[in-house]
Design a protein around this ligand. Structure first.
Ligand code: SAM
Length: 214
């Protein structure tokens, strides 16, 4: 496998983690996505009675943290990867058994979640895999209650270039202006949108967007 083939393979494992390599990708995500998840969760301002949804939960670390914050509410996760489903299930066994956390294998283009049933929606390092038509954002908007908040984290495209993990499954990458434009044309167009730039270790940059549904 050449260098491009290797980068494409790694990008594919972040988009749809599968089998042994997918499990390894899940472990890597747990490390490199720790800070982005922390920042994106902070921007949600989760209350103890909130109903929270994460789209693209990967290894399930953010679900674990959010289940602690929304301890009198509910947490639901949607991800298409069976490998990530199993990792998140093992990591969150107690909350699942207590009926506080539900995992669903599904796609964020058609969220298997009721309309206006969530207070908060989290999406960390998943927006690259969403259709440029904004279907996934329309779905997130649909499931949020009025007054609800969505938090989106995306690594800035300059840092994505350095990582070279952009493959055919990566449908779009963003800088600040690109993310502003994309969100401004989405189902959240008439809502309050605020984007912050954050610095990560080794000079990497990320963007955290907070979208508040009217
Ligand atoms: C790069 S990982 C990020 C995981 C996690 N949010 C984190 O911070 O570690 C992207 C995740 O999104 C999931 N995913 C990608 N496209 C999806 C889609 N269209 N529907 C559902 N899940 C999707 C993948 O299976 C993967 O678990």
């Amino acid at each position: 496998m050449g260098t491009i083939g290797l980068h494409n393979f790694i990008a594919q494992q972040f988009s749809m983690p599968e089998g042994m390599c997918g499990r390894a990708a899940g472990a890597v995500m747990g490390l490199i996505n720790h800070l982005p998840n922390r920042r994106a969760i902070e921007r949600l301002g989760i209350g103890e009675r909130d109903d929270v949804l994460e789209i693209g939960f990967g290894p399930g670390w953010a679900l674990k943290k959010m289940a602690r914050l929304a301890h009198s509410g509910t947490v639901t996760g949607v991800d298409r990867s069976p490998t990530m489903f199993r990792q998140a299930q093992i990591r969150n066994r107690a909350a699942i058994q207590d009926g506080k956390l539900k995992l669903i294998q599904g796609t964020f283009e058609r969220l298997p979640v009721e309309t206006a049933s969530m207070d908060k929606v989290l999406a960390v390092n998943v927006i690259y895999f969403c259709s440029p038509t904004g279907t996934a954002l329309a779905e997130a908007h649909r499931v949020l209650r009025p007054g609800g908040t969505m938090s989106i984290y995306a690594t800035d495209c300059s840092s994505m270039k350095r990582l070279q993990f952009v493959g055919p499954e990566t449908r779009q990458t963003f800088d600040l202006k690109g993310l502003e434009d994309f969100l401004g044309k989405s189902a959240f167009a008439s809502d309050h949108i605020d984007i912050q730039m954050i610095w990560l270790p080794f000079g990497f940059r990320g963007l955290v967007a907070r979208l508040c549904k009217r």
